[in-house]
Ligand binder design. Structure first.
Ligand code: AP5
Length: 214
């Protein structure tokens, strides 16, 4: 089963994708994570996208489609979770063509709906484990032991350069302008499932599972 998690910044796409990886053996393809990895390893592409990402703007379609195309070649027994991709109609068209070329299908697109005020609170409180990438929040998802990652016991936590109110406004604008048309695009293809992304993480996970089984 191949699925897209669609939603604004902070909707909980990464959080729910991590759960699906652990529970169903799916493979998460997050273009945001891939771009951040390119920056950390200092590739030419990573340097090229750094300022664009920090300001909250979208990276070019060409770059992100190339990243996804490389990953699709690796295959995934449990299926792929597309997290943060596609984000434009051009990317959605390209994904459709790539899947057809690999003899694969897209099974569900889950739109996670969260209001803007909640998104701000989620984004400004987010941190991730510097070792394994597990996602935490200062209020809603603290590690069980203060300063120690629940998953790998790492003790270094990071905050993203674009997780501030100013960049978030630009990211939200990009979402409403470029990404929200995908809701109608996938509705027309009978693939769209809409869920409420507000509530406890476990509660939202139950809604995601329900959408995938519907
Ligand atoms: P990307 O990394 O994809 O960021 P994003 O879409 O803005 O999404 P986030 O990762 O911020 O949020 P999320 O929905 O995963 O939320 P999370 O689960 O972490 O993209 C970053 C940048 O890369 C873009 O701005 C762009 O420049 C570039 N880029 C990436 N892909 C691109 C593409 N396809 N095309 C062009 N450019 C691209 O949760 C957030 C917080 O909330 C966490 O602290 C979490 O613990 C907490 N939380 C989660 N669920 C709940 C809940 N139910 N209740 C309370 N708190 C919760």
């Amino acid at each position: 089963m191949n699925i897209i998690l669609l939603g604004p910044p902070g909707a909980g796409k990464g959080t729910q994708a991590h759960r699906l990886v652990a529970e169903r053996g799916m493979v998460q393809l997050s273009t945001g994570d891939m771009l951040r990895a390119a920056r950390t390893s200092g590739t030419e592409m990573g340097k090229q996208v750094a300022a664009v990402m920090d300001a909250g703007n979208l990276v070019t379609d060409e770059i992100v489609i190339g990243l996804i195309a490389e990953q699709l070649d690796t295959g995934a027994k449990g299926g792929f979770i597309f997290d943060g991709f596609p984000r434009t109609l051009a990317q959605a068209d390209a994904l459709g063509e790539l899947l057809i070329s690999k003899g694969q299908t897209l099974d569900h697109v889950v739109e996670m709906k969260v209001d803007d005020d909640a998104l701000v609170a989620r984004i400004v409180g987010r941190s991730t484990c510097g070792n394994c990438g597990a996602v935490y929040h200062d209020v809603t998802k603290k590690p069980a032991k203060d300063g120690v990652c629940d998953v790998c016991e790492g003790t270094e936590f990071k905050r993203r350069a674009d997780d501030n109110e100013e960049s978030l406004k630009v990211r939200l604008m990009a979402y409403y302008r470029d990404t929200s048309p995908l809701i109608g695009y996938y509705y027309a293809k009978n693939l769209l499932k809409r869920i409420d992304g507000l509530g406890e993480i476990e509660e939202v996970a139950g809604r995601v599972s329900g959408a995938l089984e519907a």
